[in-house]
Design a protein around this ligand. Structure first.
Ligand code: G3I
Length: 375
């Protein structure tokens, strides 16, 4: 069996595991029919029966009382911060895997898939990467050689540690500049140019040939120059034989909602390159909902329509396998402390409210995912 088939079978096995946990036991799953609209199934039970991942970004502390709701409502998790380079190793090579190990154990104990996030991210020094990395480059006589060595060692250390236990990795996060088509100028691209991306993927693949390797990007438009540049970047990497198995579209909605037909066409264009597509960091800020419609409808009903339009675009494509929401509940969202959206706090951008109760968007997604079971 070739490695791609093995990866698919591993995913299927994980989906079966999550199905069992989502329903309490395989027998329970067989008794549940989640294919009908307004069933009694949870989002996780419905998604597991549809062979679709629904995930939440989770804190590093598995004793957080909200993790019980994660197991109930989701079949996949992503560490919001705990597995980032700078969080794992405040100093280069000086790792504390305590939280990451606990998250991997938690995921396996509860039949949850875990998305590793993220091996290489050139933002937020001290968090995306060890803050000292920039000083080490400045002091190095051969910065490119030193970066190549440090980067490879980091990826081998982390991916090797969790080989066979982390289903997929965001290998490189946000390779392009926030606005416009250019490569993001960061500590990695300054040392190695665009080559750091391919080198990271090859190193990760060698460390765990079974892991699905993702390139993860945040787009504000799906028709602008940056969106074009990202498709060309993925196509170029694939043409060069770089093991990019999947593409993560973060789908943070800050100020606007992409026209559904543009969003679906973009996901389809990526899937047509032969990669798996996932929505990896979805949240819908208040300003985006207001831009969607300015009627007096309850804002959570409008939010449900926005979520439905995003996930339906993914579900329309066989190659789109999941959607991860960037937080568990409305009480804890990065948007309430982030520039533009902080002014709108509480943004209440997620599927569970501040008391961990499912909102209209939760039920809208459960019902739209249910349609995939029947089809
Ligand atoms: O851990 C420290 C804590 O010790 C300190 O007291 C506190 C106050 O300064 O800061 C804490 O670190 C914060 C960290 O989150 C952990 O909570 C950082 O300041 C803060 O910048 C960091 O923000 C995270 C950000 O990525 C940068 O890592 C957000 O929570 C997280 O939601 C956000 O997620 C990113 C994705 O990884 C990639 N895509 C974009 C998305 C939003 O930026």
């Amino acid at each position: 069996m070739n490695s791609s088939a093995r990866r698919t079978s591993l995913l299927s096995l994980t989906a079966l595991l999550s199905l069992a946990v989502a329903c309490g036991s395989p027998d329970d799953c067989r008794s549940l029919d989640c294919s009908q609209e307004a069933s009694d199934c949870t989002l996780a039970q419905t998604a597991s029966q549809a062979g679709f991942w629904v995930g939440a970004a989770v804190p590093g502390d598995v004793s957080d009382p909200r993790m019980e709701a994660v197991v109930t409502h989701f079949n996949s998790i992503t560490a919001e911060n705990a597995m980032k380079w700078g969080e794992l190793a405040p100093r280069v090579g000086d790792y504390d895997f305590g939280q990451a190990d606990a998250l991997v154990d938690f995921a396996h104990a509860n039949g949850l898939r875990l998305r590793g996030h993220t091996l290489v991210w050139g933002k937020f020094p001290g968090h995306g990467y060890p803050a000292e990395l920039r000083d080490l480059m400045a002091q190095a006589s051969e910065p490119a050689d030193l970066m190549r060595e440090i980067l490879a060692e980091h990826i081998r250390t982390v991916v090797g540690r969790y080989a066979g236990r982390v289903a997929s990795w965001d290998v490189v996060n946000e390779p392009l500049a926030l606005l416009g088509p250019a490569l993001e100028l960061n500590v990695f691209s300054e040392a190695l140019g665009a080559d750091y991306i391919a080198e990271a993927f090859h190193t990760a693949h060698a460390a765990d040939p079974e892991a699905m390797l993702f390139l993860n990007e945040n787009l504000l438009s799906y028709t602008d120059a940056k969106a074009r540049a990202f498709v060309e970047l993925v196509a170029g990497l694939l043409d060069d034989g770089v093991p990019v198995h999947g593409v993560g579209i973060q789908a943070h909605l800050f100020l606007s909602v992409p026209p559904p037909e543009d969003f679906r066409a973009y996901l389809e264009e990526l899937a047509d390159l032969g990669v798996t597509v996932e929505l990896t960091e979805v949240d819908v800020a208040k300003a985006a909902i207001r831009s969607w419609e300015d009627t007096e409808r309850p804002i959570f009903d409008a939010q449900a329509d926005v979520y439905r339009s995003l996930v339906a675009a993914c579900l329309a494509l066989p190659g789109c396998r999941g959607a991860t929401f960037w937080g568990i509940d409305d009480e804890h969202t990065w948007l309430d402390s982030f520039g533009l959206s902080a002014a709108d706090a509480p943004n209440e951008p997620l599927l569970l409210d501040m008391q961990l109760r499912p909102k209209p968007a939760y039920f809208a997604l459960r019902d739209v995912i249910a349609e995939r079971i029947a089809n």
